[in-house]
Design a protein around this ligand. Structure first.
Ligand code: PLP
Length: 446
């Protein structure tokens, strides 16, 4: 990151009392330091302390300064960061500034200078994912990116099988069903072990692929949204490719939550969003198609663009310009902390409640503790109750009696559960409150 950008991050929030005056925010692309609203006054982000990610993860003074960048409501304690991520104050200020500029300069800006912002957003996103800019195209969310990849995948024949697991995301499971139906192909599903280990998950995929040699397309999630398990994508892609199976990877929950290098994953087709863990405004997702894998994805319906360019694979029409312009600001903030440090802190916050909760009789934690198999998200069941109603009620009681906001999730083969997802605005004490609540509820019988 350039010194200018770093300085911006340190000073933008304080500078943000300079309300956008007419003409103030209309400057060049380097005017990111100008502020939009008076309400974003927070102390600047201090430099990260020295030390390994695991050591820094315990430095409450540093992380409380990071948490102060998030102006989170006090109406509840939010342990449901899995839906979408908050923008920290400097990113929100930048978004306000970009909205103001787009609105004021209108199509003159959109048709002249906006292109350079869009290119920067794409280059920065690709670099953060470890791939080339020409392999990435923006969508409005991960669903749109993955539906594009699944729906336009063109290698499926009626004699083929498509496969997905119980822990994949429902909208993508349905997109796989629809794609199979269009080709007259068969759908096979597998149930992943719970709580899986790296080895047992790999083994489950190996067994399913071996039992279904006609499999042509596999949907594979990196971090699943139901239990929080991080699936061993690189190993499963290797298994699949050795059997001639193509793999579409759903990394919606991984980008910004855990270190993610798409080249290392070895996947050819991936969907992500930037409004969960990267902290960009809502409405930014992206698809990745490896340069040599473009031919397997048809052009978007009605798109006559160049076959050798990813842009012809998705046709969104007008996007939220200001949201895309904010992507580099969000990546700046994330890089200022450092993804490995962010991931270690999230894992620390997760472990802070999971460790003690494991000791409470009646609490079943659905993810393992093995390094690399979990990030911030972890789900649990109480007293063996996997019913929908029971878990909806449990989340309600946590919210209304204990002031802890979580969410129930359905879909794991072994039953529904409650998901807990801390973020950088949480502290270990939030996890301690959850553990106290679980101890009371377990004894009460739910
Ligand atoms: C695993 C997974 N895939 C895809 C999505 C969809 O993401 P988006 O809401 O950006 O479309 C989600 C959202 O929660 C998810 O958890």
């Amino acid at each position: 990151m350039s010194p200018t950008r770093r300085d911006f991050l340190r000073t933008a929030a304080l500078a943000s009392v300079a309300v956008a005056l007419p003409g103030c925010a209309a400057g060049s692309r380097s005017d990111r330091g100008r502020a939009a609203t008076a309400g974003d006054l927070v102390a600047p982000l201090p430099p990260r302390p020295a030390g390994s990610p695991e050591t820094v993860a315990r430095d409450e003074a540093y992380w409380s300064a990071v948490a102060a960048q998030y102006r989170i409501t006090d109406r509840t304690t939010n342990l449901e960061a899995g839906y979408f991520g908050m923008m920290p104050a400097p990113v929100l200020a930048a978004y306000h500034r970009h909205i103001d500029r787009v609105n004021r300069e209108s199509s003159f800006f959109a048709r002249t200078e906006y292109g350079a912002f869009a290119r920067e957003a794409r280059e920065r996103t690709a670099a953060a994912l470890g791939v080339e800019a020409g392999e990435v195209a923006f969508s409005r969310n991960a669903t749109e990116a993955l539906q594009t990849l699944i729906g336009q995948y063109n290698r499926l024949r009626s004699s083929d099988v498509v496969m997905y697991a119980d822990l994949d995301y429902p909208a993508m499971q349905q997109a796989m069903n629809a794609r199979a139906a269009r080709a007259g192909a068969e759908v096979v599903t597998l149930d992943l072990p719970e709580p899986g280990t790296r080895a047992s998950v790999i083994e489950a995929y190996r067994a399913a692929l071996d039992a279904n040699p006609r499999t042509r397309l596999l949907l594979l999630t990196h971090t699943n949204n139901k239990t929080g398990l991080i699936h061993p994508v690189r190993e499963v892609v290797e298994l699949a490719e050795a059997r001639g199976v193509d793999v579409i990877v759903d990394a919606a929950h991984s980008f910004g939550q855990v270190p993610l290098d798409l080249r290392e994953l070895g996947a050819a087709w991936v969907g992500v969003n930037l409004h969960k863990w990267v902290g960009a405004p809502i409405g930014v997702g992206a698809l990745y198609i490896r340069r040599d894998a473009l031919a397997a994805i048809d052009r978007a319906h009605g798109d006559e663009g160049p076959l050798d360019r990813i842009d012809s694979r998705i046709h969104t029409g007008t996007l939220n310009f200001a949201a895309l312009m904010t992507v580099p600001d969000a990546l700046d903030f994330q890089e200022e902390i450092g993804v490995p440090y962010k991931a270690a802190r999230l894992r620390y916050l997760r472990d802070a409640w999971v460790g003690p909760a494991r000791e409470i009789p009646g609490v079943d934690i659905l993810t393992p503790d093995e390094p690399g198999t979990v990030g911030a998200l972890t789900s649990f069941r109480l007293n063996g109750d996997g019913s929908r109603d029971g878990n909806v009620e449990l989340a309600r009681v946590l919210r209304e009696e204990f002031g802890l906001f979580t969410v129930y999730r359905s879909g794991p083969a072994r039953g529904d559960c409650v998901r807990v997802t801390p973020s950088l605005y949480n502290a270990p004490r939030d996890g301690e409150r959850l553990v106290q609540a679980l101890a009371i509820l377990a004894e009460r019988g739910g």
